[in-house]
Design a protein around this ligand. Structure first.
Ligand SMILES: [Zn+2]
Length: 193
């Protein structure tokens, strides 16, 4: 019991009291329910991997979005985290494919370009068939810096590079932007010089 309380307490937003409440809830629940929870956690870690193409989470080698024939593969939307894909997909305004960087460049935090999937993105674009790269990194200093760095690497490919702009407050994140603002920002994206 104390082991379970300790583990729950490590989860974000769960204090000691909540951890205790959750542990007691599990103790009282049906065995099947408790085991289903344990299985879901185990499967998450065992079955989920990174898509070979876009680096988003996936249960298959190539994720559902990348293998969807209805998606426009000529447009790659670059985001920092898998959570950003979820936020953008919720708008229903995206027909493109993605590239998940795995974060942003932050030398002070020890995050260098080589820690992200930037090289893979450049390879993807160089392979051809891509006409536009949409830089949907977060509209804050780290996100802007990352986007500019990537743009400089892609400049000689001749691909059009755009950035969702209108309405997205500077200093904010894609994850927490409202659906309406995000949709406007996607539709009103501007060419990045
Ligand atoms: Zn993918």
């Amino acid at each position: 019991m104390s082991r379970l309380i300790e583990e729950f307490g490590k989860l974000p937003g769960i204090g000691p009291k909540s951890a205790e409440r959750l542990a007691f809830h599990i103790l009282k629940s049906q065995p099947a329910e408790a085991i289903a929870l344990a299985d879901a956690i185990r499967d998450l870690k065992n079955k989920i991997r990174r898509c070979e193409v876009c680096c988003n989470y996936s249960e298959q080698a190539v994720c559902q979005i990348c293998s969807d024939p209805k998606r426009d593969k000529s447009q790659i939307c670059v985001v920092e985290q898998p959570k950003d894909v979820i936020a953008l997909e919720k708008t229903g305004a995206c027909k493109w494919v993605y590239h998940v960087l795995g974060g942003h460049i932050a030398p002070l935090e020890g995050i260098e370009p080589s820690d992200l999937t930037i090289e893979k993105l450049v390879e993807r674009v160089r392979k051809g068939g891509v006409t536009e790269v949409i830089m949907a990194t977060n509209p804050n200093i780290a996100g802007d810096g990352t986007s500019l760095y990537i743009s400089s690497l892609l400049r000689d490919t001749g691909v059009k590079i755009t950035r969702p702009a209108r309405g997205l407050p500077s200093g904010s994140t894609i994850e927490y932007a409202s659906g309406k603002i995000l949709t406007d920002a996607i539709i009103g994206r501007q060419k990045l010089e």
